[in-house]
Ligand binder design. Structure first.
Ligand code: NAD
Length: 345
């Protein structure tokens, strides 16, 4: 299937954290963007978010003031998806609810032309399931930007069961045009980065807990022993115990026995300790009187789990070794990819 490149009119639906920054990255003198949300207030907040995210890039010298102004100028806010008529690409970035996304995708299907590509920024819903609401499932693809989209270089391009390979390539070319690094991922729960990272984080937390190793000590061990910039407890506190537990339990259902945590996260949740957002989390935990083993099991558990999951991803032909490595380096900040861990696994 051939896909027209040089997409000069792109639609983005959902002007929240992700959609606003994706719109800003896509917009410019050569490409106008129609940004749709439910009301003028949400659109105004989205444009303001984009302006602030762009200002940070200007501060860092990546863009000039004039470039940011031209990008903002090229974004047309609207509350009507009918404005997507004529768009060759529409990116969906509404909240992570299957019914909501399917409704929005069905509305878009009634508007865009036959040749248009529709992409979703879902973090974890099934591309194949979402594609059932699209006009043409072959022209439906995942474009998983990471938060914050203006700063994170990785984009996971996810192929659902019916996504055309040419459409995925065109989506990857679009990501490159936005100065991102795309990796190609055949759909699976967790895609590549979350599947590996959450498994490692949960394994590290469980091993530290069982070994009665202090969380800070366990994190220091993990960081010292391999390529991750942040230990599992610190990352859990940063993303939020509620978010991590939701992803962990989904992945444990999808891959039984690979994401066990002995109920540790649920206990923190029940105590209202959600991590940084609530001021609690792991660093209010004290493991008890028995001193931990400073050379405890957290690091081998963490990297062993990551290496095993990465090996499965490559064996199942979900992603290539190179793309799996790129995913962990650009999506999780690792200094080297999981293929470098083979000997430790
Ligand atoms: P958000 O809540 O910040 O923004 C969602 C926006 O969608 C809101 O402005 C809301 O008003 C709008 N919206 C709701 N219903 C709508 C409708 N029917 N039509 C048009 N607009 C509608 O959410 P977000 O964090 O930007 O997440 C959006 C998507 O991106 C989700 O699928 C999420 O899983 C995914 N994602 C989020 C992150 C992250 O860290 N926040 C990272 C990667 C991917």
């Amino acid at each position: 299937m051939t896909v027209a490149n040089g997409w000069d009119h792109v639609g983005v639906v959902g002007a929240g954290l992700m959609g606003a920054e994706i719109a800003l990255l896509a917009a410019g003198p050569e490409r106008r963007v129609t940004l749709v949300d439910i009301d003028d207030g949400a659109l105004a907040r989205g444009i303001e978010h984009a302006r602030r995210a762009g200002a940070r890039l200007v501060e860092r010298g990546r863009w000039t003031d004039a470039e940011l102004a031209a990008r903002l100028e090229a974004i047309t806010p609207s509350t009507d998806v009918a404005e997507f008529a004529g768009c060759a690409l529409v990116v969906e970035a509404v909240p992570e609810r299957l019914d909501l996304k399917k409704g929005v995708l069905a509305n878009i299907a009634g508007v865009v032309g036959e040749g248009a590509v529709v992409a979703t920024n879902t973090s974890g819903l099934s591309i194949t399931e979402l594609a059932s609401a699209a006009a043409d499932p072959a022209r439906f693809v995942g474009l998983h930007f990471f938060n914050p989209a203006t700063a994170m270089r990785l984009v996971e391009v996810i192929l659902g069961e019916r996504t055309d390979a040419g459409v995925a390539e065109a989506a990857a070319a679009f990501a490159r045009d936005l100065e991102k690094t795309p990796i190609l991922v055949r759909e699976c729960p967790g895609f590549v980065v979350n599947r590996i990272l959450v498994r490692a984080v949960v394994a590290g937390i469980l091993a530290a807990h069982e070994g009665r190793v202090d969380p800070a000590q366990a994190d220091a061990d993990v960081v010292a022993a391999g390529p991750t910039p942040m230990g599992p407890h610190a990352l859990a506190d940063l993303v939020g115990i509620d978010t991590l537990e939701s992803v962990r339990s989904d992945l444990e259902r999808a891959y039984p026995g690979r994401y066990p945590d002995a109920g540790i996260l649920a206990q923190l949740l029940a105590a209202g300790r959600l991590g940084r957002k609530s001021g609690g989390g792991f660093f209010h935990e004290r493991p008890g009187e028995v001193p931990g083993d400073p050379a405890g099991a957290a690091a081998p558990a963490y990297y062993g789990a990551a290496a095993d999951e990465a090996r499965r991803i490559v064996e199942e032909e979900i992603a290539s070794t190179g793309d799996t490595d790129t995913g962990m380096m650009l999506g999780a900040g690792w200094s080297a990819g999981p293929s470098s861990l083979k000997e430790q696994a």
